[in-house]
Design a protein around this ligand. Structure first.
Ligand code: NDP
Length: 297
C-alpha cells in the first residue's frame, strides 16, 4: 500500500493560521504585538532568501518584523552590541541570528548572548539544557515541526522505536530529546554507526537529518514506518538543471513506509511556521499569558 504523504506545506499553513488567530487575540484583548528580529551578517544567498521569507511570513501573521542586515565585515563586538539592544527592546520577543556567521565571529558566543527567553531558535545553552532535562524550553524550530507532524499522524508516540539519523545540535540531538520526551525508544545514528541499515530497519519512526542526497533506500525501512525527511539537497537533473531531494530515496521509501514527508513540501515549510509559533510562545511567556495550545513541545 502506498504511504500517506504528510503534507508539510498544508500543515505549515494551518500552523500559521493558528498563530495569526492567536496574534489577533493578543492585539485586541491585550494591545500586545509579538515582535521578531532577524539578524543576518554577510551576503550568503541562501541566508538572504531565508531571511526574506521569515520577514514576509512574520508580517503575514500580524507580527512586528525587524530585519538587521549587517555587512560581512561587521565585528563580533558590534554584533554583540546589537543583540544586547534587541535583548533590552520590549517590542522584540524573538531574536534569531541567521547561521552561518562569517569566520571571524564565534557562532556559539553570539547564540549564547541572546536572552534565552527570546531565543526562538532554541540554540542558547540554557534552552539546550532545559530541553535535555525535560523542562519548559524554547525548542529548535525544525525538530519542533517534525514532532508536530509526528504527533498529528500518530497521536501518542509513547513506546514507538525511533531512529534519528544525524546528531547535529540544530536537528539530530534536539529531535532525539523531543522523541524521548514523548516516550519513544530513541536511537541516534551518525557517520560511525555500525550497520545503519539494520538500525533503521527496527524503527517505527525514522528521522533523516544527514545532508546526503537520497542516502536511505526503501529496503532499510520497516513496512508501515513513518519517515520524516529533514534533508535538503540540490542535485543535478539528467536533462540539465537541478532539483531538490531529501536524505531518503523518496520513491523506494514511499513504497514501504506507512507515511512519509516529501522534499520539497515536507519538513521545510514547517521550520518557518515553528519560528512564528516560537515567537508567539515567547511573547505569551514574557507577558505571563497562557501559551497557545498545540504550538509548543
Ligand atoms: P550536519 O552536517 O550538521 O549533520 C549531519 C549529521 O549526519 C552528522 O551527525 C553526521 O554524523 C551524520 N552523517 C553524515 N554522513 C552520514 C552517514 N553516511 N551515515 C550516517 N550519518 C551520517 O547537518 P544538519 O543536521 O545541519 O542538517 C542535516 C540536513 O537537514 C541537511 O540536508 C540540511 O540541509 C537539512 N536541514 C533542513 C532544515 C529544514 O528546514 N528542512 C533545517 C536544517 C537542516 P557525524 O556527526 O558522525 O559526522
Amino acid at each position: 500500500m502506498a504511504a500517506t504523504v504528510i503534507d508539510g506545506k498544508a500543515f505549515a499553513a494551518d500552523v500559521r493560521s493558528r498563530v495569526a488567530e492567536h496574534v489577533a487575540g493578543l492585539k485586541s484583548e491585550h494591545g500586545i504585538v509579538p515582535g521578531l528580529a532577524v539578524v543576518l551578517v554577510g551576503e550568503d544567498p541562501a541566508s538572504q532568501v531565508y531571511v526574506r521569507n521569515k520577514g514576509k511570513q512574520t508580517v503575514e501573521v500580524g507580527m512586528h518584523s525587524v530585519e538587521h542586515r549587517l555587512d560581512a565585515t561587521t565585528s563580533q563586538e558590534d554584533l554583540l552590541a546589537l543583540i544586547a539592544d534587541l535583548n533590552a527592546d520590549p517590542a522584540i520577543h524573538g531574536i534569531l541570528c541567521q547561521l552561518p556567521v562569517p569566520d571571524h565571529i564565534d557562532g556559539d558566543t553570539i547564540l549564547n548572548a541572546i536572552d534565552p527567553a527570546k531565543d526562538v531558535d532554541g540554540f542558547h545553552i540554557s534552552n539546550v539544557g532545559l530541553l535535555g532535562t525535560g523542562q519548559k524550553a524554547m525548542v529548535p524550530c525544525t525538530p519542533l515541526g517534525c514532532l508536530m507532524m509526528l504527533r498529528d499522524h500518530h497521536g501518542a508516540l509513547s513506546g514507538l522505536d525511533a531512529v534519528v539519523i544525524g546528531r547535529s545540535n540544530i536537528v539530530g540531538k534536539p529531535m532525539a530529546q523531543l522523541l524521548l520526551g514523548d516516550s519513544c525508544t530513541v536511537t541516534i545514528a551518525h557517520s560511525r554507526t555500525k550497520d545503519l541499515a539494520a538500525t533503521v530497519r527496527r524503527a517505527d519512526i525514522v528521522v533523516a537529518a544527514v545532508g546526503r542526497p537520497q542516502m536511505v533506500p526503501g529496503d532499510w525501512i520497516k513496512p508501515g514506518a513513518t519517515v520524516i525527511d529533514v534533508g535538503i539537497n540540490r542535485i543535478d537533473k539528467p536533462e540539465g538543471g537541478t532539483r531538490l531531494v531529501g536524505d531518503v530515496d523518496y520513491d523506494s521509501c514511499a513504497a514501504v513506509a506507512g507515511a512519509i514527508t516529501p522534499v520539497p513540501g515536507g519538513v521545510g515549510p514547517m521550520t518557518i511556521a515553528c519560528l512564528l509559533a516560537n515567537t508567539l510562545t515567547a511573547c505569551c511567556r514574557a507577558n505571563n499569558l497562557p501559551e497557545p495550545e498545540g504550538l509548543t513541545a
